[in-house]
Design a protein around this ligand. Structure first.
Ligand code: AKB
Length: 356
């Protein structure tokens, strides 16, 4: 359960906080470490499971709970003055296809609960609450492999017709975030007046994200990290997409850097609330080639056993994204190319991880 906040003032005042939901997940690990490096000492981490003990010292508080539990969110409102929220908690695309209604509850109702918390916080302390939200390439729905190949790099305003519950959820949350930031309770006499008392929603449509330190679960882009981590352990891997399957990816450090950069960007420079980011877009076969050269014997251990249903999801996602808006407006600049993602980040860290 939750631990009492540090230097609790017995209710006489609320401590400042940066709230991270889904904090125990892949992105959460990297984000907590990055915020600590930036000198933030007021991170409140919320997750369904208890936090990794190594991360707890980097947080002011760690809470175990569910974003659909409104009484928990009300307790957070009573304990903290939240200035920023990184809302990472979600059921990913593959898992959501087995429990679509539960996915809606977590991914949309949970986000609505957090938006409401942010609105109440802004009204309570009179300052804007920055709400950073990871959307996904899953909001795109291309009609098939041929259209996907013809479309090339997709802009933010193209093919926004998701073909998964997760994609529908993420697109809905993008619009909810824009509504709460610009039109919330627009007819109410006591509606928030001026930007100061509102939410400042900022959103990135992430591609597949590859981490050297954590393995994803429940995603459809997982084939890339699963293949890499299996090869590093000398384990066989049956890849569930075709060799020619192609979607955009980025490394976890670049994903965390992008969120922090967007969160810190001057609002006057932003023309929209939703941005594409990408870094490299290899085919599954190209990833297999790099991995086979890096790990002796992997070539014989990596096979292709296509799951046509999951392949249909990947065929609806873009082969690559146009992220020129993010690069122009808030200086998005991934450090890793496909080559350096492996040479500088994945291979050294993954080898060290499995050498133990
Ligand atoms: C998934 O595969 O569901 C996620 C995503 C691409 O948003 N990693």
């Amino acid at each position: 359960m939750s631990t009492a906040p540090a230097n609790d003032h017995a209710g006489t005042q609320r401590n400042s906080a940066v709230l991270i939901t889904g904090a125990g997940g892949e992105i959460g690990h990297g984000l907590i470490e990055a915020l600590h490096r930036e000198g933030r000492r007021d991170v409140v981490a919320l997750d369904l499971r208890d936090m990794d003990p190594a991360l707890k010292p980097l947080c002011r508080d760690t809470l175990v709970g569910d974003i659909t539990d409104t009484s928990l969110l009300e307790r957070i409102l009573a304990m903290y003055e939240v200035d920023a929220i990184y809302h990472l908690a979600a059921l990913l695309s593959t898992r959501s296809e087995f429990v679509p209604e539960a996915a809606h509850q977590v991914n949309v109702q949970g986000t609505l609960n957090l938006l409401r918390l942010a609105a109440d916080q802004a009204a309570s302390h009179g300052r804007s609450v920055r709400f950073v939200f990871p959307s996904s390439i899953a909001i795109y729905g291309l009609p098939g492999a041929q259209a996907k190949a013809a479309a090339g790099k997709v802009r933010e305003d193209q093919y926004c017709t998701p073909a998964t519950m997760y994609g529908c959820n993420k697109l809905a949350c993008e619009h909810l975030g824009r509504y709460y930031s610009e039109f919330y309770r627009r007819l109410a006499k006591d509606r928030p007046r001026g930007a100061a008392a509102r939410i400042d929603f900022r959103c990135i449509r992430f591609p597949g994200i590859i981490s050297a330190f954590t393995l994803p679960s429940g995603g459809t882009s997982d084939f890339a990290p699963e293949m890499i981590h299996a090869a590093a352990q000398g384990k066989p891997y049956a890849c569930f997409v075709r060799p020619d399957a192609r979607i955009p990816f980025m490394t976890m450090p670049d994903a965390v850097d992008a969120m922090l950069r967007l969160a810190g960007a001057d609002a006057a420079r932003l023309s929209t609330r939703v941005y594409n980011v990408g870094a490299f877009a290899p085919s599954a076969e190209e990833i297999r080639g790099i991995v086979s050269r890096a790990f002796p014997g992997a070539a014989d251990l990596i096979t292709f056993k296509v799951d046509e249903d999951r392949m249909g999801i990947v065929d609806s996602w873009p082969a690559d994204v146009d992220d020129s808006l993010a690069r122009r407006e808030w200086g998005y600049a991934p450090r890793h190319t496909l080559a350096t993602a492996f040479s500088d980040y994945l291979l050294p860290n993954i080898r060290a991880r499995y050498a133990r």
